[in-house]
Design a protein around this ligand. Structure first.
Ligand code: UFG
Length: 326
């Protein structure tokens, strides 16, 4: 039995591949390398460069490698870009997922894990937000992911196929052993930006808004270590193989940190008092996005290993140093 990981050369996908190797699970990677890096996939893993909507290619991979399950990370992930270019997101996240799911059903793949996002909730009215809350994405990115969740729901009802969709909260950090991390250029995510400021790779960083209705006025987010997220996918695979019902799970720690707290952590861990500039609120930001995570804890028995902001920051910082020394 082999697992196909799409987007396995990307940030989260590459951590998933390491997890599967650690448990001696056979794995194949399909990635078109638009944003992924070939070097982030270990040499011993079969690697196919190609698109998830290439039905003939996916059919060939499924039959040649006897694929039982697919973990689908490949997609586009930049919220503002999705507002400017929605059709790119409906192509990469919705239409291409549809093509992949069709090839999976045709090829007899039994289990499917999908990378969804907390962006499906938009600006949640109640925080921590649970899976059954209103779904009101504020961007084409969130909508493009929600549409794929809906397709999976219908396909699982009609075919011998079960799925888990994991709604990621704020993914951060890097492999504790420094083998992979987030390498994408033009970072906008808070922890990566702050690490770059600490390393002098940018002259300063900005805090977008300190007048929110939160304890210190800055935005609250549920930062989850990328290796814990990979573990959650592994729990989901086991659950589906055990005959679990198709299900959607929030993937976060259930508590959050403010932007000020994150900046303080990066200063503490790096030992650098970098320059921070206060700016107005960034368009589209919610004050608080925190997961209600009892479903994933109860059903998948997922246990976090890195629920510690300084640890997440230390791993992100180590990776950032490494890629800028190369
Ligand atoms: N922030 C700053 N300065 C920065 C970057 C971010 O102050 O330079 C603040 C933001 O205003 C926000 C918090 O830090 O309050 C986190 O921002 P990120 O850009 O790191 O992450 P987001 O919460 O905006 O986005 C995340 C995921 C998206 C997902 C979204 C849904 O990265 O993929 O949550 O809630 F869609």
């Amino acid at each position: 039995m082999t697992i196909l990981v799409t987007g396995g050369a990307g940030y989260i996908g590459s951590h998933m591949v390491l997890k599967l190797l650690e448990v001696s699970q056979a794995v194949v990677v399909l990635d078109n390398l638009t944003t992924g890096f070939r070097a982030q996939v270990p040499a011993e893993v079969p690697f196919i460069e190609g698109n998830v909507n290439d039905a003939a290619l996916v059919a060939k991979i499924i039959s040649e490698h006897n694929i039982e399950a697919v973990i689908h990370f490949a997609g586009s992930i930049i919220v503002p870009e999705s507002v400017e270019n929605p059709l790119k997101y409906y192509a990469n996240n919705t239409a291409n997922s549809r093509a992949l799911i069709e090839a999976c059903v045709a090829g007899g793949v039994k289990h499917f894990i999908f990378s969804s996002t907390a962006a499906v909730y938009g600006d949640p009215a109640v925080v921590p937000v649970c899976e059954d809350s209103d779904l009101k994405p504020l961007s084409p990115y969130g909508t493009s992911k929600l549409m794929t969740e809906m397709m999976l729901h219908d396909v699982a009802a009609a075919h011998d196929f079960n799925f888990v969709a994991l709604r990621y909260f704020n993914v951060a950090g890097a492999d504790p052993q420094g083998r992979t991390g987030q390498s994408t250029a033009n970072a906008t995510h808070l922890i990566k930006v702050a690490c770059q400021a600490a390393l002098g790779l940018r002259p300063s960083m900005s805090i977008f808004g300190d007048d929110y209705d939160t304890p210190d006025g800055t935005g609250l987010r549920d930062y989850i270590h990328v290796s814990d997220l990979a573990d959650a996918h592994y729990c989901a695979i086991k659950y589906l193989q055990g005959g679990g019902d198709s299900q959607i799970f929030n993937c976060g720690y259930g508590h959050g940190y403010s932007v000020h707290e994150v900046v303080a952590s990066v200063k503490r861990v790096s030992g650098v008092d970098f320059k921070v500039v206060m700016e107005p609120r960034r368009a589209g930001d919610s004050p608080k996005v925190i997961a209600e995570n009892s479903r994933i804890l109860d059903v998948l028995k997922w246990q976090a290993s890195y629920d510690d902001l300084d640890v997440i920051v230390a791993h992100a910082l180590a990776w950032e140093k490494k890629i800028h020394q190369e």
